[in-house]
Design a protein around this ligand. Structure first.
Ligand SMILES: Nc1ncnc2c1ncn2[C@@H]1O[C@H](COP(=O)(O)OP(=O)(O)OP(=O)(O)O)[C@@H](O)[C@H]1O
Ligand SMILES: [Mg+2]
Length: 247
């Protein structure tokens, strides 16, 4: 499923976003990067229909998101929120069932989704007592269980240790290889470099650059998006970026 933003603008209090114009191809990973407060989460919420643009439109497979019911949207898109909702007295199973309610409690798939993040043993635990990283992994597993074609993830690796970040990176690649369309935000530029097919760079709600990762994720654009000065260096996995500052 293709996601298209046409001339999207959005304003709230003193923050304005856009205009944003881009099209995400099916079976790709798109990363949105930029400083805190640059508009990344707002862009994801506009794509997911949680916020309505002031002008322009967001479409999924040529249907305007604003014309889709919440049930239709939930079938097409899943959303991993940046802030983790912490419902009282919900078990991990309940959290999974809320995301995958269409599946009617498919225990095997639920167990597989949890096992993909190494947490199937926690299925009957109280979600609110899990560690931050465990709750983050359960929310990623819940999106996998939901099994929509478009997967939107707002910082899916925050709270995670390095091992679990890699678990999630591998999962994201596997989902993309299985044909899912992923749109996500991330602060780890090396991960973006390794994972993303396309990158949108924002600063202060404005687009700094959009395009293929190879043509967009470069020192010139990073220097425009952040206040530090970037340089690239060689690693065994190719080049990586580092920002330096004078303190
Ligand atoms: N309802 C609101 N009322 C007022 N300002 C808002 C509202 N929602 C978002 N903003 C402002 O919009 C800006 C963009 O917010 P957004 O959450 O999209 O940033 P972000 O790029 O995701 O940042 P972060 O990296 O910190 O998650 C911020 O300055 C935020 O304070
Ligand atoms: Mg955010």
């Amino acid at each position: 499923m293709k996601v298209e933003l046409e001339d999207v603008t959005f304003r709230v209090s003193s923050f304005s976003l856009g205009p944003l114009d881009f099209s995400v191809e099916e079976g790709t990973i798109t990363a949105i990067i930029g400083k805190n407060g640059s508009g990344k989460s707002t862009t994801l919420k506009l794509i997911h229909g949680d916020l309505k643009p002031n002008t322009g439109s967001v479409s999924i497979d040529s249907s305007k998101v604003s014309s889709l019911s919440s049930a239709e949207l939930a079938e097409k898109t899943s959303f991993v929120w940046q802030e983790i909702y912490n419902p009282m007295s919900f078990s991990v199973r309940d959290v999974m069932n809320v995301s995958g309610y269409k599946r009617g409690n498919d225990e095997d798939s639920m167990g597989e989704a949890l096992e993909s993040v190494g947490l199937s043993s926690l299925i009957d635990m109280d979600f609110s007592v899990l560690s931050g990283g465990e709750r983050r992994l359960v929310t990623v597993a819940a999106a996998i269980y939901q099994d929509s074609e478009i997967m939107i993830m707002d910082e899916p690796t925050n709270f995670l240790d390095i091992d679990n970040q890699i678990v999630v990176y591998k999962l994201l690649k596997r989902l993309r290889d299985a044909g899912k369309t992923l749109i996500l935000t991330m602060h780890d530029l090396d991960a973006v470099h390794n994972l993303a097919d396309s990158v949108l760079i924002l600063r202060g709600g404005r687009k700094v650059a959009w395009g293929s990762t190879s043509s967009t994720l470069n020192i010139e654009n990073l220097n425009k998006a952040f206040n530090v000065s970037f340089h690239s260096y060689d690693t065994v996995n190719g080049s990586a970026f580092a920002g330096s500052y004078k303190g």
